[in-house]
Design a protein around this ligand. Structure first.
Ligand code: NAD
Ligand code: IPM
Ligand code: MN
Length: 346
């Protein structure tokens, strides 16, 4: 059973296309849908109701749209839509977030980079998803001088770093055997531990070429020469930021899928983008990131690599045929892009 969690904004619009594509590919999956995010808050007063969490726990895999609703931004934090995705990642111990970024050849013109620079991008960001400033102690307090102060503690322990480092090395072993660990060890103790532990784990993977890079330089290098990267392993916050940046190198934020995995291979699959309130309800969202996330679900959680390959090939064929939503410089609607992929499947 697949838990289907469409969420807010463009979430339901892109999830609908992914489901149509999975059906058209003959996958015959058993979907059970539940509310998350602002939609769930409106229904039940909580962004991640117990029934939704329970469905996600029982599912073989989770297909997630996006959460986020500007109308909820003034709620107390524990009730905001974003807590749904953070809660799922944490409760299900989905600590390893794989965010592949590659340029479909036909999209060179959509990249923010010069075509010859963009052509080289083919990398995976392995982002830690259960720690960092996201989950450290946080709050608002008053300083002795009487000023309001917000704080978020950044922390990683060595086991947390070691397990994501191993995912980074394993991912590199299955690709170009080159791993770049991104941190801010020149300033942060968290990052010094990160660098030390990644270096220790490297002895288990002598075939992988490991390098370290500061995150500010990594942001610059991603734009200057993205082709230098094979696998990047980094913490929760840096990985969040760098993956949005990588998406524009690869054409659009609407193109990048992701898998969030636990240590047993259970996964949640979602586009890296959010609920895009600025275009929600207008049929402008690019559904390809979600369709590609569904393909990752078939490959990683369901052991159905052939169907995943077919869907990915259909996406490439649709793009080659000129299918473009507005983010890619075209005029197709969300469902017309879904149609183009389905036609390419046939
Ligand atoms: P966003 O990713 O939702 O949108 C950023 C920009 O990219 C917008 O201009 C949007 O229109 C565009 N965009 C995003 N996805 C697109 C797609 N598929 N096709 C075409 N254009 C697309 O980020 P934001 O605006 O910073 O955040 C909006 C809300 O989404 C916030 O509430 C945020 O917290 C939430 N969010 C949720 C997730 C998630 O559910 N995993 C991820 C990121 C942001
Ligand atoms: C993402 C999002 C989330 C994150 C937010 C919505 C909590 O930006 O999935 O990339 O920061 O991880
Ligand atoms: Mn993000």
């Amino acid at each position: 059973m697949i838990a289907l969690l469409p969420g807010d904004g463009i979430g339901p619009e892109v999830i609908a296309e992914a489901v149509r594509v999975l059906d058209a590919a003959g996958c015959a999956l058993d979907f059970q849908q539940a509310a998350v995010g602002g939609a769930a808050y409106r229904e039940s007063g909580h962004p991640l109701p117990e029934t939704t969490l329970d469905l996600a726990r029982r599912a073989d895999a989770i297909l997630f749209g996006a959460v986020g609703d500007p109308a909820c931004d003034t709620l107390e934090r524990r009730l905001r839509p974003e807590q749904a995705i953070l809660g799922l990642r944490r409760e299900l111990a989905l600590f390893a977030n794989l965010r592949p970024a590659k340029l479909f050849a036909e999209l060179a013109d959509a990249s923010a980079l010069r075509p010859e620079v963009a052509a080289e991008i083919d990398l995976v960001i392995v982002r830690e998803l259960n720690g960092d400033v996201y989950f450290g102690e946080k709050g608002m307090r008053t300083t002795p001088a009487g000023r309001r102060q917000g704080y978020d503690v950044m922390a990683y322990d060595e086991d947390e770093v070691a397990r994501i480092a191993r995912v980074g090395f394993e991912t590199a072993m299955a690709r170009g055997r080159t791993l770049c660990s991104v941190d801010k060890a020149n300033v942060l103790e968290t990052s010094q531990l990160w660098r030390d532990v990644v270096t220790e784990i490297a002895s288990e993977y002598p075939q992988v070429a490991l390098s370290h890079m500061y995150v500010d330089n990594a942001a610059m290098q991603l734009v200057r020469n993205p082709g230098q990267f094979d696998v990047i392993v980094t913490g929760n916050l840096f990985g969040d930021i760098l993956s949005d940046q990588a998406s524009m190198c690869a054409g659009s934020i609407g193109m990048l899928p992701s898998a969030s995995l636990d240590s047993a291979g259970k996964g949640l699959y979602e586009p890296i983008h959010g609920s895009a309130p600025d275009i929600a309800g207008q049929g402008k969202a690019n559904p390809l990131a979600t369709i590609l996330s569904a393909a990752m679900m078939l490959r990683y959680s369901l052991g159905r690599a052939e169907e995943a390959d077919r869907i990915e090939a259909a996406v490439a064929a649709a793009l080659a045929g000129g299918a473009r939503t507005p983010d890619l410089g075209g005029t197709l609607s969300t469902s017309q892009m879904g149609d183009a992929v389905i036609e390419a499947l046939a």
